[in-house]
Design a protein around this ligand. Structure first.
Ligand SMILES: Nc1ncnc2c1ncn2[C@@H]1O[C@H](COP(=O)(O)OP(=O)(O)OP(=O)(O)O)[C@@H](O)[C@H]1O
Ligand SMILES: [Mg+2]
Length: 266
């Protein structure tokens, strides 16, 4: 915004009365302010519902979820087992679509998007660390991390270089040829993180990333997330651990598929 709004109006409307100019300045400032707020909302959901249909029974995993997450925030999502955390993360991560409601990602309505388009949006913007790692067992560490770059159409030499760099940054450069089954839980989790961040997504989602780790490995992994947050990325972590949640800017609590009112701690 190079030009101060008042000055801009004096140039464009030199004959207007002081009062009119004042009103126009106020309106212009409000519009700029509203646009800025909108631009900052990287994730916005409106009455999200997710039903799983199991023939005779229907499970309502999400029941009217409204959340807004701003660009660059570090948010922890907490709640009991079965409360809908992974379901919500899968929808936010464009891996699944809601049964009802709307989801805007970076201003784009993605809730009704067809699968191929949704996958393209996901590949461009989101890194996802799954609750159960989801590494491909027959591929070694390097090949697992190269996968998202391959989907993005990058040539083999460049993706090899980028995957090595990122594995180096998570301390795994000496395990490139190992298969996931030949690694410890903490190492597997670091491979999953390397794969999630290798194509520099602006949003990192992690579902219980430290759930099965000892405190040292868990601390290392939190340090990686902290670093990504300091670099300006949006980080959203599901956790049961209050010590992990404490590191976040904000905690969102979910119970029975609903965001618990008053539990969004600033
Ligand atoms: N594919 C599915 N089919 C049917 N029901 C499902 C499916 N996935 C999840 N559910 C149900 O939806 C509800 C929410 O599940 P979800 O996995 O989101 O919970 P969660 O909060 O992540 O739990 P946890 O902390 O144990 O990982 C649960 O009642 C679960 O049984
Ligand atoms: Mg879960």
């Amino acid at each position: 915004m190079g030009l101060e709004p008042g000055l801009a109006l004096r140039i464009y409307f030199p004959t207007q009365s002081l009062n009119t100019r004042f009103m126009l300045t106020i309106s212009l400032r409000s519009i700029v302010w509203l646009l800025w707020i909108k631009l900052m909302e990287i994730i916005k959901t409106d009455r999200l519902v997710k039903d799983y249909d199991l023939g005779k029974i229907k499970v309502r995993a999400l029941d009217g979820v409204d959340i807004v997450i701003e660009s660059g925030e570090f948010v922890a999502i907490m709640g009991p087992s079965g409360s809908g955390k992974s379901t919500l993360m899968h929808i936010i991560g464009c891996l699944d679509s809601p049964s009802e409601g709307e989801y805007y990602l970076d201003g784009l309505l993605v809730s009704q998007m067809e699968r191929r388009k949704l996958a393209a949006v996901r590949n461009a913007k989101i890194g996802f660390v799954f609750q159960s790692f989801n590494l491909l067992p027959h591929l070694n560490v390097l090949k697992n991390v190269e996968l998202p770059l391959m989907y993005a159409g990058m040539g083999s030499k460049e993706r090899n270089r980028q995957a090595r760099n990122i594995l180096d940054s998570v301390g795994l450069s000496d395990r490139l040829r190992h298969k996931p089954s030949e690694l410890s839980g903490g190492q597997r989790q670091r491979v999953a993180i390397a794969r999630a961040i290798v194509n520099s997504p602006s949003i990192l989602l992690a579902d219980e990333p430290t759930g099965n780790l000892d405190s040292t490995s868990g601390g290392d992994i939190l340090e990686i997330f902290g670093q990504l947050h300091r670099q300006g990325n949006t980080v959203i972590i599901v956790t049961h651990d209050p010590n992990v949640a404490e590191r976040a800017d904000r905690i969102i609590q979910i119970y029975d598929g609903k965001i618990s009112d008053g539990d969004i701690l600033g």
